[in-house]
Design a protein around this ligand. Structure first.
Ligand code: PLP
Length: 376
């Protein structure tokens, strides 16, 4: 139990739970902690789930995922210029399990994985769970939270087995440029290092276009992860996937999946077939409006931040050194819930989710502005 006892609980889920509890007690909470779209899942996807139920599609499935969904994912990816056949894809319980299965299928005890900080809350615990070593490359506010080639090279050792890239990034909203991705791919290819590409926010990009790592990293070294959660407002359906042309890693991931969860939920898988042909551009457009609104308001109240190009987070410098104290006091005094940067290995920063309506965001920024005037 030592390993499990040593890993922290998910701070984002914890804070979200506190905010939800206060709300259920009748408090007028503005909850800007959420890491999920506030839109309902599109109707055609829900209809497809009803069809699955009607047809009694309620039994165990192939542990790699139903053939029809893997085929549909393969076709969807082709549209993005990404080529994986159905037998190179494993459907998982969200992107989260895709990442965990990948980490567990590559890293042995003592192996090192390069992670870029600020980072998503679950990466370090996942690495710790397999007894491997997270090696952190700090990215800088001044550099749009993007790493430099030199920083990565300085962390390489003969134990480096994986580099994990998350673009668009949670919590910073940064989108990795083609140039930096090429540099990372070159390092990986030259040193025979696996790359896990966590691209779960790939369709939520507001400036310019998104560049995938696919095609840059040698086929045998790339582990590609994506999910339906963020892009189609399907967080609760728990459908993600991992794709790789590395047959050894693929077999391990599939085996792990079969022994841990048998398969993902049959109804969700069936519904996700519809998601692969769903147009989410209206939702993306709405997120772009909210991003622009959040940026404008954050400037107005004097927050210091990097313009988020993707995902749905605004990551700003904490107005006081202790980001946890700032978030706690803001919640107590103004009933606005935000996530302290320390949850993302980034002390001194705060994450605000703009996956909320303009009305909610407007009230949230108003209260944060008042708090800053009264307390800072
Ligand atoms: N990767 C990143 C960067 C995330 O922010 C999340 C969810 O918050 C995930 C992966 C996992 O997403 P899912 O809900 O599909 O498991």
């Amino acid at each position: 139990m030592d390993i499990i006892d040593s890993i922290p609980t998910s701070k984002t889920l914890e804070i979200n739970a506190i905010a939800k509890k206060l709300k259920s007690q009748g408090k007028d909470i503005i909850n800007l902690t959420t890491g999920e779209p506030d839109f309902p899942t599109p109707e055609p996807i829900k209809e497809k789930a009803k069809e699955a139920l009607k047809n009694n599609f309620t039994k165990y499935t192939d542990s790699k995922g139903i053939y029809e969904l893997r085929e549909a994912i393969s076709t969807m990816l082709k549209g993005k210029g990404i080529y994986f056949s159905n037998d190179e894809i494993v459907v998982t319980n969200g992107g989260k399990q895709a990442i965990f299965n990948s980490i567990m299928s590559i890293l042995d005890k003592g192996d090192e994985i390069i992670l870029f900080s600020p980072l998503w809350v679950s990466y370090i615990p996942m690495v710790m769970l397999v007894g491997a070593e997270p090696v952190i490359v700090e990215t800088k506010f001044e550099n749009d939270f993007l790493p430099t080639k030199e920083d990565i090279i300085s962390k390489l050792t003969d134990k480096t087995k994986v580099i994990l890239i998350n673009s668009p990034n949670n919590p910073t909203g940064s989108v990795y440029s083609k140039e930096i991705l090429e540099e990372i791919a070159e390092i990986a290819n030259k040193n025979n290092i696996f790359v896990i590409a966590d691209e779960v926010y790939d369709s939520l990009v507001y400036d310019g276009s998104f560049t995938s790592l696919y095609g840059m990293v040698n086929e045998d070294l790339l582990i590609y992860v994506n999910a339906f959660s963020k892009a189609y407002s399907m967080t609760g359906w728990r459908i993600g996937f991992v794709a790789t042309k590395n047959e050894v890693v693929y077999r391990r991931i599939a085996k792990l999946q079969s022994h841990t969860t048998s398969s993902t939920n049959s109804i969700s898988q069936y519904a996700a077939i519809e998601a692969t042909v769903t147009d989410n551009s209206k939702m993306v457009e709405e997120f772009r409006k909210r991003r622009n609104f959040a940026v404008e308001k954050a400037k107005e109240i004097g927050l210091d931040f990097v313009n988020p190009k993707g995902a749905f987070y605004l990551f700003f410098k904490s107005p006081v050194e202790d980001d946890e104290a700032f978030c706690k006091e803001l919640l107590e005094k103004k009933l606005v819930a935000l996530v302290p940067g320390s949850a993302f290995n980034a002390n001194g920063f705060v994450r605000l989710s703009f996956a909320n309506s303009i009305e909610i965001l407007s009230e949230g920024f108003k209260r944060i502005g008042e708090f800053l005037k009264e307390n800072i």
